[in-house]
Design a protein around this ligand. Structure first.
Ligand code: PMV
Length: 325
């Protein structure tokens, strides 16, 4: 019985979260140590057109027809069919599993979407190109958090470090800039999960309110963060990855000023620094979720243990390089 499998990695934002929503650059990298996996199998005994959806991690087992069109997995499958112009697919089962922590800023939603689009479009006989995979994942991201910048679906689809500048209404860019770039000197990150789940839409909405209340102050913060992201890219491209730590520290302070850190994030950031990290910051929308620390490879395990002793519910040590499997 033919079956088609695809996987997609997690991601972290290295620099530029929140400011990216307002047109400043951000850098995100794939985290290949955690993955979403989709398997699509033909169901020779199924009724033509019947698609069974299985997502054991969220205890979901249902016919596609019985799911709300706004259910993210249903939306991915439906959008893939619409993009391909297929109205009567053969009966099949779409099964998705993931080791990416949910609602933690590691891109689990986008990774699940990307894995499903790839496996399902291959099953349908028309594997979609990256651009369309990314576009469908972006549309589905909107269900998760209203006005996504597009960075998650991009870095996860291309599985490469991405420099991203979003086109914003009224801005001077008509399309978002998405550039993958080489990393001359690979580097090690320790990712620490606060265990506090924090919806992206709340933090993004709070920043919007604060920006509306005091645009000049927030524009200054966004500018400072954008400058850091630009410098960081130059360092990564020129072999100066070890100097990224100071920029991470600076970016974290600006995010604190913006009001998106939390006591749990600050504690883990402090722990990482005092146990030998070269720099540390929150990653993603903040308030909870994950922080990241830059580490010399030989110190990464000790930092990871210190983070767990300090309350991290999970840590991941990962190496960032130009091209990842
Ligand atoms: O928490 P995450 O990884 O979903 O990141 C959100 C990043 C923001 O810049 C705050 C929002 C966005 O859509 O880019």
């Amino acid at each position: 019985m033919p079956s088609f499998t695809a996987t997609a990695p997690g991601k972290v934002i290295l620099f530029g979260e929140h400011a990216v929503v307002y047109g400043r650059p951000a850098i995100a990298v794939p985290v290949v140590d955690v993955r979403a996996r989709a398997i699509v199998r033909a169901d020779p005994r199924g009724k033509p057109g019947c698609i069974q959806v299985q997502a054991p991690d969220i205890y979901l087992e249902s016919n596609l027809e019985a799911l709300s069109p706004d259910q993210p997995l249903a939306r991915v499958i439906q959008s893939t069919l619409t993009t391909l112009g297929i109205t009567h697919p053969s009966a099949c089962t779409v099964r998705v599993t993931s080791t990416i922590p949910v609602a933690a800023g590691l891109g689990s939603g986008a990774a699940v979407s990307v894995a499903i689009v790839r496996a399902f479009s291959a099953f349908l006989g028309h594997p979609l190109p990256d651009e369309e995979v990314s576009q469908i994942a972006y549309e589905v991201e909107k269900l998760h958090h209203g006005t996504p910048s597009g960075i998650d679906n991009t870095v996860i689809t291309y599985t490469r470090p991405v420099y991203f500048v979003r086109a914003i209404p009224g801005g001077n860019r008509t399309a978002s800039l998405i550039e993958t770039f080489p990393i001359r000197q690979p580097f090690t990150l320790v990712i620490g999960d606060t265990g506090v789940s924090s919806p992206t839409s709340i933090a993004v909405g709070d920043v919007r309110q604060a920006w509306q209340a005091d645009p000049a102050r927030y524009e200054r913060l966004f500018d400072a963060i954008g400058t850091i992201a630009g410098k960081a890219r130059l360092l990564m491209e020129s072999g100066g990855s070890n100097s990224l730590g100071a920029l991470m520290d600076e970016n974290h302070s600006l995010l604190c000023e913006m009001g998106v850190s939390s006591p749990e994030l600050d504690r883990l950031v402090e722990t990482a620094r005092s146990s030998g990290a070269l720099g540390a910051k929150l990653s993603g929308s903040g308030r909870g979720g994950n922080m990241i620390a830059l580490a010399d490879e030989e110190k990464a395990e000790a930092i990871s243990q210190a983070l767990r002793s300090s309350g991290a519910t999970r840590t991941i040590v990962t190496t960032i390089k130009s091209s990842m499997p």
